[in-house]
Write a protein of this length. Sequence first.
Length: 515
Amino acid sequence: MKVLKINSSSKLVLFFISILLIVIIVISCNNNNQPPSVQSQIANGKALSQKYCINCHQWPDPGLIDKKSWELGVLPAMGKQLGVKMFMGQYFCDQKSNINISDWQNIVSYYKSIAPITLKIPVPAIKPISDWSIFTIDTPKAVNQHLPAMTTMMSFNHKNNVLYTADAANNFYKWSAKLSSSLIYKFDSPVTGISYLNEANTGVVTCIGNLAPVNLNKGKVILIDLANSKHKKLQIVADSLPRSVQTVAADFNKDGLMDYVTCAFGHDFGGLYLLEQNPNHSFKKIIISKIAGGEQLITGDFNNDGWLDIICLFAQADEGIRMFLNNHKGGFTTQTLLRFPSIYGSSSFQLVDFNHDGKPDILYTCGDNSDYSKVLKPYHGVYIFTNQGNWNFKQTFFYHINGCTKAIANDFDHDGNLDIAAIAYFADFKNHPSEGFTYLQQTKPNTFVAHEIPISKYGRWLTMEVADIDNDGKDDIILGNFSTTGRGLVNQKGYIPNWNKHIPIVVLKNNATIQ
């Protein structure tokens, strides 16, 4: 019996025949199960996005950002939350995924098909005025030219009339009326907030732990004696917090002991915490909310029941302003006042009665632009939401400012109308650097004239405070410079910053005539 031998050329022919048979089988299978039409896929993608996205935050309309930002930034980040991973441009579901790959691909197709190529930035109905208006600038007399300005916190203590600031190098300063600074203390992480107890010299300091957006719990709430020249009298109220940014103090349970509430921005995980003081002066950490992105707190008796409540701005994923009403039992019930898309980049809010009807309105800004879609956005800017009664709000004003970071209402010109000072850390520096600071002067109810004060060369403004720093009866505006151009902080390619990198603060001195 002869053994059949197959030479190398025959093997190659058989290999190609095998590949051809496989291709024929695959095509045959696909022809028996035709994929849905593009229109059907888009419709399915929309329905699926509304099913899955609302589990974490408000449903995001595709028109909120451009196609490229969806494809390269936001969709991969969204997929990660559902257990969908990307490798070499392709999506894969892991074993713990909350969605199958077909449904996810439909969602991706929906956003990529509907999203615009570029976003249209609105042009102001009234062109801003470039002038100094009622202000002049004052800068510190001595500046360290070897250190970059990285101001992370600014607060004026009205109890002792002292301005306090902090920076990314963990330094904590106090300032004189003549703008000379002195170091008070060096913490182990940057200070992002301070409030004051009834005693003028007791500060409630909040340290973030990590400025970078990471899931590390190193934040702290610390009491410091501001009058102690050696500053050794520190008391840690709480530690191991997920990037805590602000703390308020009050006796929330009416037991005669001071409690604290702190908001922790976190990253993927954050929270709002009650730090309840025990009789032995230790503190119990109680979770009020597990929502990430807690950024700013206000406390007050908002339902007039004699118990102190909390309002908090959340600026990560499930963005919004929520009120936490004291339930008189050591806890809080939640009421959502305003909710925003997860891509807005909420950055500040203030309760203020704009229309003088006795009900607090909301001044709100959005403009954080350092995440997954670093394009200029038409909805960034300053908003006024007017209280319609019973804590229901209606938007009554919007002024577009790219990358708006904070706004403060005050009657700067002393005409009886509230004006607005606004800063923008992510302004359009390449084409419109003057929008880094805007003074909105209210001339009649809900009508504003925009003044872009020419101070862009002095710094890049991350923090702002309003106070009568020179004690002349008129509130001034103090701006904190965070000048760094590190990774992710300058979004416009080819732009070379020209702002001052060493002046930590500037003061816009108010020269208005008091009528």
